[in-house]
Design a binder for this molecule. Structure first.
Ligand SMILES: [Zn+2]
Length: 211
C-alpha cells in the first residue's frame, strides 16, 4: 500500500448507486445530496446511515431467528399421529434415519449459513465502529461472501417444499410446513436487507483518513 490509489471521493466524484455514472461534486462536497443528471437517483458519497440501518435489520433478524428455530418447521401426520419438527429435531431425525446427506443440507442451509451471515455482519459493523484497521481486504471478501450467499438463502425454503412434495407423492405420510417457515423466510429477507444497507467502502474510509 505504498502508492496511494486515487479514489472517487478524493477526486471530488460521486458514483450513482443506480446507473453507476460518476458525477462531479460541487463545493458542498461530502454532505452534498444532489440528483444524478442521467437517471435522477439521489446521490450519496456513501450509503446514508448504513451502520444504523444494518444494525436495525440485523437485530430484527436475530429476534426472528428464535421463533424460526423454536416453532415447528414441519408438521408430519403418519397413520393418524401428528408430529411436529423444529429445524434441529428434523436434522436429528434425518441423521437417525440414515439420511445424513439431507441432514447436512438442512443443517448447513438453515442453521450454519444464517448464523454465519449474522456473525460476519456483526463483526464487520463492530470492526468499522471501532475504527479497526485490521485486514481491510479480507473484511471486504467476507462482505462479498455474505452478499453471494444471500442469493442462495432461500434454498432451505425450497428444501422444505421439496420434502413436502416427496412425502405427499409417497402418500405414506402427510407433511405440511409449520409456522417456523414464515419466520425463517423473514430472517432471510432481513439479513439480505442488512447486507444491502452496509456500505463496504466504510471499511476503507478509516485507512484513507489516516494517510
Ligand atoms: Zn444515475
Amino acid at each position: 500500500m505504498s502508492a496511494e490509489p486515487l479514489t472517487a471521493r478524493r477526486a471530488g466524484l460521486i458514483g450513482c448507486h443506480d446507473c453507476e455514472l460518476l458525477v462531479r461534486t460541487d463545493a458542498a462536497g461530502e454532505g452534498h445530496h444532489g440528483r444524478c443528471p442521467r437517471c435522477g437517483a439521489a446521490l450519496h458519497a456513501r450509503k446514508p446511515n448504513s451502520i444504523a440501518r444494518a444494525w436495525a435489520f440485523l437485530l430484527a433478524a436475530a429476534v426472528m431467528y428464535v421463533p424460526a428455530n423454536v416453532l415447528p418447521m414441519t408438521v408430519t401426520t403418519a397413520l393418524g399421529a401428528a408430529q411436529s419438527d423444529t429445524i434441529m429435531s428434523g436434522v436429528i431425525y434425518f441423521i437417525h434415519s440414515g439420511s445424513w446427506e439431507i441432514a447436512a443440507v438442512i443443517f448447513i442451509a438453515s442453521i450454519f449459513v444464517p448464523m454465519a451471515k449474522l456473525a460476519i455482519l456483526v463483526f464487520l459493523l463492530v470492526s468499522v465502529q471501532l475504527r479497526c484497521r485490521w485486514r481491510p481486504r479480507d473484511r471486504t471478501v467476507l462482505y462479498r461472501m455474505t452478499e453471494l450467499v444471500g442469493r442462495w438463502s432461500m434454498v432451505d425454503v425450497y428444501v422444505v417444499t421439496i420434502l413436502v412434495a416427496l412425502v405427499k407423492l409417497g402418500a405414506v405420510a402427510n407433511i405440511e410446513a409449520g409456522p417456523a417457515a414464515v419466520f425463517f423466510a423473514v430472517v432471510v429477507v432481513l439479513t439480505m436487507l442488512a447486507a444491502e444497507s452496509f456500505d463496504p467502502r466504510i471499511i476503507w474510509d478509516v485507512i484513507e483518513e489516516d494517510s
